[in-house]
Design a protein around this ligand. Sequence first.
Ligand code: ARG
Length: 568
Amino acid sequence: MLERIRELIRGKLGELPFEVNFSDPPAGGEGRGHLNTNAAFPLAKQISASPLKAAEELKKYLEEKGADFFSKIEVAEPGFLNIWLTPEVIREELEEIVEAGEKWGTLKHLDKLSARARVIVEYSQPNIAKPMHVGHLRSTIIGDALANILEFAGYEVIRWNYLGDWGTQFGNVIAAYKLWGDKHEVERAPVEVLAGLYARFHEEMKKDPELEERGREEFRKLETGDKENRELWEWFKEESIKELNKIYALLDIKFDEWISESFYEKALPSLIDSLLKKGIAKESEGAVIVPLEKFNLPPALIRKSDEGTLYLTRDIANLEYRLKEYKADSVLYVVDNGQSLHFQQLFAVAEILRLKGDFHHIKFGLVLGEGLKRLSTRAGRHIALLEVINEAVERARKVIEGKQSKMSNEEKEEVAKVVGIGALKYNDLSQNRMADIAFDWDKMLSLQGNSAPYLQYTYARLKSILRKAENIPVFEAGAIEKEADLRLILKLAFFPEVIEEVSKNYLPHQLANYLYDLARAINDYYEKEPILKAEPGLRTARLHLVKAAAEVLKTGLGLLGIKTVERM
Ligand code: ARG
């Protein structure tokens, strides 16, 4: 429906490079029609008239061309159009929504493509032999949501976990392990013990500078394939991955690709050579750099004077590889704000190398403690993630404990998990990712506010209505004519719009906010309108509407990585 109206308006705008956007008025704004558009503003420029005049003209045009679409069009200051749709058009939309079922929201124009654009979404990316920190948790949650949304929209998505498993620090870990390590200890709690050894190494290095050389030597041996060091490193990696997988299993996160930093090591000498030969890189005080003055950026250091390569060097090789071997059309790097410069440099080098594709650093802010205080580096970065996740589930259990006595313990357990983890994810995804976010447990778990439990609860209530209805007769939209029904259908009509927006701007909070709006509209609707007790024709139509609304909630939450339960 919205596409058809968009096409109509486009007919008037001609080739104007302008995206026709719609919004539906917020609750209480019913006097502003069903849809609003600002399409008259670019038209005003084109015909050199005031926006108000242009709006008048667009109104006339639409009334003529779309007589059976619109029941009323009003011009509003300073040049907006308020549009009322005919009940038939909205009823048809519900028919389409019901027919699409679970697929409602996928983008039809992408569906029709023979070859879909391929997007690599890189997220999580923790480092081995170190605990995963809250920044990695945000990346995991945001990246998973974006990958889900893009895939649902119709893109081909590759989910990539790029582990940090290379660099001189692993020489230190190996050296520390050889000095003080214990196999059984590492097996008992690999990441904790290895990180502890690494920290001790750093401490002792202050007193004993020789350790530095020792660490470097162990890394050199690792690089040149020394058997013992290679085996140690592989073991550290294996143990670390086992631990990471526990977190991923709890959060229900999956990856298609695990190619990590170490994979690119072998390709680096020839990469650096070719950059030198092409005159893109140059030697400077024994190191190799790529000057980036043109981009107003500090030079990219790609080889240190001690021959060591860098994080950035590996990322250049990585990007080339993804384009060549995976034929990626775009690559999204979901990494915290703190690495902005790194990605600016990487994309600048990509431009010099004429690497073709759409590359984006999907940035996000910090996680703050209660009261918006910055978590101190120590406490914050090393907050044990498993503990945070367990705490979310524990608190969710208390919230539902009081509500449902009829549930079996098993069911309660499952609901606590779904609600707790949902709350954790939604807290992140409902806020603009660029902002710093806080852990405010009460808000996260509130059954009233903008929280996962509120949305999950709304869904469960809809399901309970549907259960009570038992057999629902075949859909017939005819009985629907009340404004309350039409408005709710319109809300559902906006779902594909939101998916399209988010798959362009990579801001999942817009989907979260849409779902919250939808949930409020639904709650408002069934407090006022009878569903099960409506007269038969209307009852059937409304049950289908409720079912469609439940489906959009479930699909939308699912895209955010959040599960639903049938009762709560
Ligand atoms: N492992 C890195 C870290 O923990 C993040 C990797 C980000 N991705 C990338 N392609 N550089 O800081």
